[in-house]
Design a binder for this molecule. Structure first.
Ligand code: MG
Length: 254
């Protein structure tokens, strides 16, 4: 083999290995440590300190149009944060004493790391019009903070993903969460990855290879136990979304 050919083979091996290296995303931030709580600023800080690939969080719009970072519709005595005013939600601190952050506050903290990517889950809202409005507002906030290159998007709503394809800058990463589309259908829709549950992924392991052949990334949620973390690593998924990022790191270092 001549030198050029050897160099080409080495670069292909390096490229394929870097594609195959599984990366860790903290699910709702790294909250399973200290006095943290999911989707808080401290959970994002903890993920940034771990130096992992990304920190995921959930965005809802309140009744009066604020974008807040919180997981479920319920917040303490409030049954549905999307039907409540921002001030009322904000007046009810989380169990660790932190307040529910706004998207702006979260993005401000996001800037403190140049490497930990912000994986924004735009939650489903009650109408398509509202989802379109939320997509546009989230994209505008990310642009205002000059974070477009550090942000990726995920959603269960096909409409949210479609609107992200339509309105986001070229090259934006958009992965679909619901698990009911094949990799071909996701590719066709313009999404850049699948982000399916561990159950869906294990039921359709062929989707990992098919996604990679289509140039799509594969993310799996929410993988917390050793056996499933190892399964994901062994099957070459690109990203593991986990509440247990430290164990995922230890397994990857083995
Ligand atoms: Mg989420």
């Amino acid at each position: 083999m001549n030198r050029l050919l050897i160099a080409a083979v080495i670069s292909i091996i390096v490229a394929s290995n870097s594609f195959a290296q599984t990366q860790v995303i903290a699910h709702r931030g790294f909250h399973s440590t200290g006095n943290s709580y999911n989707n808080t600023i401290s959970a994002l800080k903890n993920a940034q300190q771990l130096g992992i690939y990304g920190s995921e969080f959930d965005v809802h719009e309140t009744r009066d149009g604020s974008l807040i970072v919180i997981h479920g519709l319920r917040h303490l005595s409030i049954p549905n944060v999307q039907d409540e005013d921002f001030a009322t939600i904000r007046n009810l601190p989380l169990s660790n004493g932190e307040i529910v952050p706004t998207l702006d506050e979260y993005l401000e903290q996001g800037k403190q790391s140049a490497t930990t990517r912000l994986i924004i889950e735009i939650k489903s809202h009650s109408t398509a019009e509202q989802e379109t409005r939320v997509v546009k507002k989230v994209l505008a906030a990310v642009e205002k903070h000059e974070l477009s290159s550090l942000v990726e998007y995920i959603a269960f709503s096909k409409h949210v993903c479609n609107e992200l394809v339509k309105y986001s800058p070229e090259g934006t990463k958009i992965a679909y969460l619901s698990g009911d589309l094949t990799p071909e259908q996701c590719k066709e829709a313009g999404f850049t990855g699948i982000d399916y549950s561990i159950e869906v992924t294990k039921n359709n392991p062929q989707w990992i290879k098919q996604s990679h052949e289509l140039g799509l990334t594969v993310n799996v949620w929410t993988v917390n136990d050793t056996e499933n973390l190892q399964w994901c690593i062994d099957h070459g998924v690109d990203f593991i979304t986990t509440d247990n990022p430290t164990e995922a790191i230890l397994l990857l270092e083995k």
